[in-house]
Design a protein around this ligand. Structure first.
Ligand SMILES: Cc1ncc(COP(=O)(O)O)c(C=O)c1O
Length: 391
C-alpha cells in the first residue's frame, strides 16, 4: 500500500456516501448572474449580500490603491511596518462599529484564530454554542481552556453552565451573531445579561451580520443596541463588504494586546492595499446610505414568502438567508443539479457543514438581484420542487 493511498480511500468513501463536493468554476465576476461552463446562471450562492463584490466604486478604490501602494504589503506588519491605509481601515471599522478600536487581519477565519487563544489560558473556561462556525471551533481548539458547549441558542442551559463554573475567574461566552446555515440570530441581549450576572466576557462573530443587521449594516450589536456591552466583535470583509479580510473590534487595550501577541497578525502578511482600499470604499457607501441594506431585506422577504406559499420549508431564518430544507444529502444534490440545468446556481449544503438529515439548498439573496431575477428563481424552485416531490 502506498503512503498516500488513504487519501484515495477517503475520497472514494465521500463519493459513495454522496458527500463528495464538486466545486464549480466561475468564469466571470461574482454578481447576481455568473458564467459557469460558458453559460449564464442566476447566482444564489454567494455571500455578496450587497452586490459590492464587483461594484465600480470598490473597483476604482482598489485600482487607485494599487497605483499608490503597489500590489503587496511586503511582509507582516510588525516587521515591515504598517501601511497607513491599514490604519485608516482600522479607524473606519471602529467608527462604523462604534467601538474604541479595531484590528484588521487577513480573513474572518483568522480573527477567531487570533483572539480566542489569546484570551483563554488553561485555568479559564469558555462557553460556545454548539452550532458556532468552524473558525470559532478551531480558535477554541488552539486554547487549553476548559470548554463548555451549550445547546444552540439555549440561554437556560448556558445559565446553568455558568452557575456550575461560577468560581472560575475568567470566563468567555462565544457565539456566531447570525448562524449562516440557518439564518437565525444569537439571543444576544439575554446572553449579555447572563454575562453581566456571571462576570463573563462576551464575544460575537458578526460575519453574517455585517452589512445586513443594524443601522446601515453596522451589525448585530447595533441591531440589539448593545453598544459597550459586548467585549469582542469579530467579522469579515468577505461577505456583505464584498472584498476580503477580517477584523476584531473592541476596547483599545484588547486591540493593543492583539497587536503585540496575535499570531495571525504577527506571522502572516497583511491584506493587500487593493483589498484594504476596497473595504474602505464599502464603508463609505454604507455610511452614505442604507439603501443597499434595505434592498437586501426587501429581496429576502419577497423570496422567502413566495417559497413558503409554494409549500417549501424555509427553516427558522430571521435574515435574508433562505435555507430550503430538503432532508437527505442525495435530495439536496439532485435539487441543486436540476436547478443548475435550469440556469440557477444554488449549491446543496450537506454534512459535515450541517448535521446529517438536514441537507438543504441555502439561497443567498443579494441587493443586486432584481425582481425579475427573484421571480425566475421562484419559478425554477417550484418546477424542481414538484419534480422531486418536495412540494
Ligand atoms: C461565522 C463566520 N465566521 C468566519 C467566517 C470566515 O470568514 P472569511 O471567509 O473571511 O475567512 C465565516 C465565513 O464562512 C463565517 O460564516
Amino acid at each position: 500500500m502506498g503512503r498516500q493511498d488513504f487519501i484515495d480511500q477517503t475520497l472514494a468513501g465521500l463519493r459513495e456516501k454522496g458527500l463528495y463536493n464538486t466545486i464549480r468554476t466561475i468564469e466571470s465576476a461574482n454578481e447576481a448572474w455568473v458564467t459557469i461552463d460558458g453559460k449564464r446562471l442566476l447566482n444564489l450562492c454567494s455571500n455578496n449580500y450587497l452586490g459590492f463584490a464587483n461594484d465600480e466604486r470598490l473597483r476604482n478604490a482598489a485600482k487607485a490603491a494599487i497605483d499608490k501602494y503597489g500590489v503587496g504589503p511586503g511582509a507582516v506588519r510588525s516587521i515591515a511596518g504598517t501601511q497607513d491605509i491599514h490604519l485608516e481601515l482600522e479607524r473606519r471599522i471602529a467608527e462604523f462599529k462604534g467601538t474604541e478600536a479595531a484590528l484588521s487581519v487577513q480573513s474572518g477565519l483568522c480573527t477567531n484564530l487570533a483572539v480566542i487563544p489569546l484570551l483563554m489560558g488553561k485555568e479559564d473556561v469558555l462557553f460556545t454554542d454548539e452550532l458556532n462556525h468552524a473558525s470559532i471551533i478551531d480558535g477554541v481548539r488552539l486554547t487549553k481552556a476548559q470548554r463548555v458547549i451549550f445547546p444552540h441558542r439555549d440561554m437556560a442551559a448556558l445559565e446553568q453552565k455558568l452557575e456550575e463554573h461560577k468560581d472560575i475567574p475568567k470566563k468567555l461566552i462565544i457565539t456566531d451573531g447570525v448562524f449562516s446555515m440557518d439564518g437565525d440570530l444569537a439571543p444576544l441581549p439575554a446572553m449579555v445579561e447572563l454575562a453581566e450576572t456571571y462576570d463573563a466576557m462576551v464575544m460575537v462573530d458578526d460575519a453574517h451580520g455585517e452589512g445586513v443587521l443594524g443601522r446601515s449594516g453596522r451589525g448585530i450589536v447595533d441591531h440589539f443596541d448593545l453598544h459597550g456591552r459586548v467585549d469582542i466583535e469579530t467579522g469579515t470583509m468577505s461577505k456583505a463588504f464584498g472584498v476580503m479580510g477580517g477584523y476584531i473590534a473592541g476596547s483599545a487595550r484588547l486591540v493593543e494586546y492583539l497587536r503585540q501577541r496575535a499570531r495571525p497578525f504577527l506571522f502572516s502578511s497583511a491584506s493587500t492595499p487593493a483589498d484594504v482600499a476596497a473595504c474602505i470604499a464599502a464603508i463609505d457607501i454604507l455610511e452614505e446610505s442604507d439603501e443597499p441594506v434595505r434592498k437586501l431585506w426587501e429581496n429576502g422577504k419577497y423570496f422567502k414568502t413566495k417559497l413558503q406559499e409554494l409549500g417549501f420549508d424555509t427553516g427558522v431564518s430571521e435574515t435574508p438567508i433562505t435555507p430550503v430544507m430538503l432532508g437527505e444529502a442525495d435530495t439536496a444534490w439532485a435539487f441543486s443539479k436540476r436547478l443548475f440545468e435550469e440556469d440557477v446556481f444554488a449549491t446543496a449544503i450537506a454534512f459535515p457543514t450541517v448535521p446529517r438529515g438536514k441537507a438543504r439548498i441555502r439561497a443567498m439573496l443579494s441587493a443586486a438581484h432584481t425582481r425579475e431575477d427573484l421571480d425566475l428563481a421562484i419559478e425554477k424552485f417550484a418546477l424542481v420542487g414538484r419534480e422531486l416531490g418536495v412540494i
